[in-house]
Every structure is written in structure tokens, then in C-alpha cells.
Ligand binder design. Structure first.
Ligand code: ATP
Length: 143
């Protein structure tokens, strides 16, 4: 089994979020979610807000909310350069709810100086964080 593992690095601008060997990795690519297993073909993809999921050597699965970035796959090494990503357990649900409310207020307001695209992106990030945090609870109920 060991030889079917590959290297994964998840790097944010301010810190290394994960560095280790994994059995599988999946991410929200711009053209759809994709999964990487051992000996995957070389690939470069941009990321959209969604969920990164990987299973480590011990068989433990981790979930992260990711806001965007890039993934490179080559020679059994995956490098994920992310704008921001939080492990599901570390997501501050209250913060995400407040961020969602702020974004919704901005979108609903009729003020002309609102950057609607920016507010929409913020809303998408907040909703994604809430979805990934919720996913953790669903899994806890199942197992
Ligand atoms: P907010 O409006 O709450 O600042 P945001 O979407 O504008 O949210 P980002 O710019 O995407 O925030 O992220 C800034 C930093 O804060 C990143 O390091 C990110 O991981 C972290 N972060 C943002 N929201 C949360 C959250 N709900 N829980 C944990 N960390 C968060």
C-alpha cells in the first residue's frame, strides 16, 4: 500500500497548511471537481471555492474549505497553492455567518458605490465555509 502514496503540499500565502504523503486527493477545479490517485497524469488546474479532501497514509480523511488557487500534479507530487484554506474543524462558523450577512446586505443595498462582484465572491467564500463545516457534522453523525 505504501508505494501507492504520493506527496501533497498545501501552501497558503502565509503558511504551509499540509505537507505529507496521501493515498488520494480531490479538489474543486475550474472545470469541475477532480481526484488524484497514485500515478496520475501531469495536470495544472485553477481552483474555485469548494472542498479539498484527502486521505493520508493512515487512512484518515481531512476536509478543507478552499477559496481559490492552483493545483499542479507531476511525478506523484501534488502542489496546491491556495488563496486561503481552512481545515473543516478550524472554520469559525460565526465569522462565516457574519461575512455572509455583510455580503448579503451589500448585494441587497441600492447604493451605487457597491462592488457587487466583490460582494458576490465574499458571499461565495462564506457559503463554502459553512458548507464544509456542515459536512464535518454530517460525517460525525454517520460514523
Ligand atoms: P471575512 O469577511 O470573514 O474576513 P473573507 O472571505 O473576506 O472572510 P479571506 O480573505 O478569504 O476572508 O481570508 C482571510 C484569512 O482569514 C485567511 O487566512 C482565511 O483562512 C481566514 N478565514 C476567513 N474566514 C474564516 C473562517 N470563517 N474561519 C476560519 N478562518 C477564516
Amino acid at each position: 500500500m505504501d508505494e501507492k502514496n504520493f506527496k501533497l503540499d498545501i501552501v497558503a500565502p502565509d503558511r504551509i497548511l499540509y505537507k505529507g504523503r496521501v493515498q488520494s486527493f480531490s479538489a474543486p477545479g475550474e472545470l469541475g471537481a477532480f481526484q488524484v490517485l497514485y500515478n496520475h497524469a501531469p495536470l495544472i488546474s485553477s481552483l474555485v471555492p469548494g472542498e479539498i479532501k484527502f486521505t493520508d497514509e493512515q487512512g484518515d480523511t481531512a476536509y478543507y474549505a478552499v477559496s481559490g488557487g492552483f493545483v499542479e500534479v507531476r511525478d506523484n507530487r501534488v502542489l496546491a497553492l491556495v488563496d486561503a484554506a481552512e481545515k473543516a474543524e478550524d472554520i469559525d462558523v460565526e465569522r462565516a455567518k457574519k461575512s455572509r450577512e455583510r455580503a448579503l446586505e451589500r448585494i441587497k443595498s441600492r447604493k451605487t458605490d457597491i462592488d457587487f462582484e466583490r460582494a458576490g465572491k465574499s458571499l461565495e467564500r462564506a457559503n463554502n465555509r459553512l458548507r464544509v463545516a456542515q459536512r464535518l457534522r454530517e460525517n460525525a453523525v454517520i460514523s
